[in-house]
Each structure stands twice: as structure tokens, then as C-alpha cells.
Design a protein around this ligand. Sequence first.
Ligand code: ZN
Length: 181
Amino acid sequence: MLRSPIKHCRNCGTVVAYRLPDDGDTRERAVCTSCATIHYENPLNVVGTVPYLGDRVLLCKRNIEPRWGKWTLPAGFMELGETTAEGAARETVEEAGAQFQLEGLLSVLSVPRVSQVHLFYLARLTSDRFEPGIETIEARLFTEAEVPWDEIAFRTVRETLMRYFDDRRRGSIGVHTLDID
Ligand code: ZN
């Protein structure tokens, strides 16, 4: 989802104008017409995991828009004050109620169209029992052959899953850096 433009100053509430700041900046920013505060807008991080148990991965059926009813990996926007790994673990607990050991980074995906960066960590499941949160209709394990590839909610999730299964077949898990158009 593209973010809508800033309308009001976060400092004083006055309407902002998009213009080049006076400091030599080369991009138009939301500048307050009253107190001159410059509001910088930067990409957001989405953090999540590829939870696995043996040859199966955990997917969550979305109970929220967008892509209601489609399958996804546990993931969501980072919160202020947490690390990427903490955020990925938190989302995995919130969305799947999974028990796991967080492992290394698997993928970093830039999605410039929506100004997001998605990061997925591996998570070794220590139980096959899940307690899905309110954002999840169902959480279950899939082998590669069982993955509903046409029902995956997001391209970043599909690309990450494909690379995970490729790596597994090769017997070596790497870190994948991808740009999604
Ligand atoms: Zn202001």
C-alpha cells in the first residue's frame, strides 16, 4: 500500500507544503508553513520468519485485508524500539502462536514501489501446535509440494519460500538479497 502524503505538521498541526527544503536537499519534503519543521518520510521495514519443522514450513491464512484468505508467512511492520530479529519473533508469536528458536537471516527484499524493505529470518519450530492470533484464520504446516503457490498473499513471501526450498534441496541455506519491481 502506498502511503498517503502528510497533510499536517506533527509539531504544530499547521498544513504542510511539499517543497525543496533550503538546506540543499534534492527531494521535495513536507515542510511546515508555520514552524518550518521538515518531515522526512523513509521506507518501512516488514519483518517476519520462515518457521520450519523437518521438511515443512508454517503458513498463516490471513484474517485481515489486504489479501484476506490468502496464505502468508508470519510478518508485519517493525515497531519502534525493537530489533529486526525481535520484530520477526514477535510477529511469529502474534500471528501463529508458534514456539520456535529464531535462527539466521534468510532474505532481504526491497520493494521500492511501496517503499518497504522486507526481512525474513529462519525459525526452527519446537512444537507443531499453534495458537493463531486474530489476524490469522488458520496456521498449518506445508511440505514444498503442498504449498498453495497460487494462494500466496505477497510476492516477497513467495520469493522467500522458493529460495528456502531451493536452498534446502541444495543442502545449504544462504542469505538472499532481492529487488521486487
Ligand atoms: Zn509546524
